[in-house]
Design a protein around this ligand. Structure first.
Ligand code: FES
Length: 113
């Protein structure tokens, strides 16, 4: 795990909202789903499409390019992309709330490639 870095305040990421942030030079997507915060790489691990506007199915995010589906809790692949090759899992990161601040720590082991 990397250092926890402040990326937002709670008022910026209310339930149903999402926000792209930078953490240690990496683009991270922060999401508030029913009051729970999730953080993952914004770039899809399959072919690097941005998942900033990816649909959600509960806590599963759908990549808009080839529709791979990932569990935001674990990064596990729920559905492989419609296009070859198979995708690695989605790097997900740890989120912590400190007062009004939202902090993210990069999962440095999430380099599955
Ligand atoms: S780039 Fe995301 S599924 Fe292909």
């Amino acid at each position: 795990m990397g250092e926890f870095v402040k990326v937002a305040t709670l008022s910026e990421i209310e339930p149903g909202k999402r926000k792209s942030v930078w953490v240690e030079g990496q683009r991270v997507l922060l999401l508030n789903i029913d009051g729970k915060l999730y953080a993952c790489d914004e770039s899809c691990p399959h072919r690097e499409c941005s998942m900033a506007k990816g649909d959600l199915e509960g806590k599963v995010i759908v990549c808009p390019c080839h529709y791979a589906k990932f569990d935001l809790e674990t990064g596990e692949i729920v559905q492989e992309p419609t296009k070859y090759p198979p995708t690695p899992p989605l790097p997900v990161h740890e989120v912590k709330i400190d007062g009004w601040d939202v902090l993210v720590s990069l999962n440095l082991k999430a380099d599955y490639a």
